[in-house]
Design a protein around this ligand. Structure first.
Ligand code: MN
Ligand code: MN
Ligand code: ZN
Length: 292
């Protein structure tokens, strides 16, 4: 087998404590993971105490998961592009705090949805995102946490469904060396990026490289889509049960560049379903029974 080392995991619950996550990830057959830094539908968050942070870091090394391979996903309420001042201020405060939580846990990568302009226009929205990011980073100059803009489905004034929009945010931000990208296969499919052949996958990778530069791609969310190409619905499906299908993922996940990036599942279900999805992905790649 000439396959390179695949890094694969799933979004994990932290309800049993952060410190359980690294080992739980290995139990479902993964070698990395994604977590939320707080309850994702709340504005409230707090830094982990020192003891918990130490325990978490020691569990990371026991599970042999490096800080660069794990991902933290920002809360759902955050909208840096909001036209409402109070929402935007709370979003800035929470995102800045989330970066500090990521740093306290010894992790490095925090992904977030750029935001929705809620009908006030793309340019205004991008301007507010960039102003917000300047403040967020200015409060985090003492750590090395990176922010990853996630490509989103084009609906409800969402910014960042096209690579050009992500590029504009990065270009306008003075902290651009700390801005990277997460590519979500469901959201990309929602926006018309097709995976149905080797050629189309290569077109997608070349498109990303041309607009953003491939070095900006740090993480991949591997999700199938419950709706057809370009539908813009953002409804994730289990691997092989949606419109991308096993065939699409075979082309995508066989791509040499894609294999060098950590893959994180955000498919419906919990640990049991994610364990199955990990097995399905291994089978798609012909890695039957292989330990990651
Ligand atoms: Mn997301
Ligand atoms: Mn995602
Ligand atoms: Zn989604």
């Amino acid at each position: 087998m000439t396959q390179k080392r695949i890094r694969l995991g799933a979004h994990m619950s932290t309800s049993r404590g952060y410190e359980k996550v690294p080992m739980d990830s290995t139990k479902i057959g993964g070698n990395t993971f994604q977590i939320f830094p707080h309850s994702p539908s709340m504005w409230r968050a707090r830094l982990p105490d020192e003891e918990l942070a130490l325990k978490f870091k020691s569990e990371m090394s026991k599970a042999r998961i490096t800080r660069e391979d794990a991902l933290v996903h920002s809360g759902y309420l955050i909208n840096l592009a909001s036209p409402k001042d109070d929402v935007r201020e709370k979003s800035i405060d929470l995102l800045a705090l989330e970066m500090k939580i990521v740093s306290a846990l010894g992790l490095k990568c925090l992904t977030f949805h750029p935001g929705s302009h809620l009908g006030t226009g793309l340019d205004n929205g991008i301007e507010r995102i960039v102003r917000g990011l300047e403040i967020v980073f200015s409060r985090n100059e003492d750590n090395d946490v990176l922010l990853l803009l996630e490509n989103v489905a084009a609906k409800g004034g969402n910014i960042g469904s096209r690579f050009e929009e992500l590029r504009e945010i990065i270009d306008l931000c003075t902290y651009r060396d700390r801005l990277y990208v997460t590519y979500d296969t469901c959201h990309g499919f929602d926006s018309g990026y097709d995976l149905s052949s080797r050629e189309n996958v290569q077109k997608l990778i070349d498109g990303f490289g041309g607009v953003l530069g491939l070095e900006r791609l740090l993480m991949i969310h591997v999700n199938d889509s419950k709706y057809p190409l370009g539908a813009g619905k953002d409804r994730h499906a289990r691997i092989g049960e949606g419109y991308i299908g096993k065939e699409g993922f075979k082309h995508f996940l066989s791509n040499d560049f894609v294999q060098g990036i950590p893959w994180l599942l955000e498919t419906p279900g919990g640990d049991a379903e994610h364990a199955e999805d990990i097995t399905i992905i291994k089978n798609i790649l012909g890695l039957n029974g292989a330990i990651l």
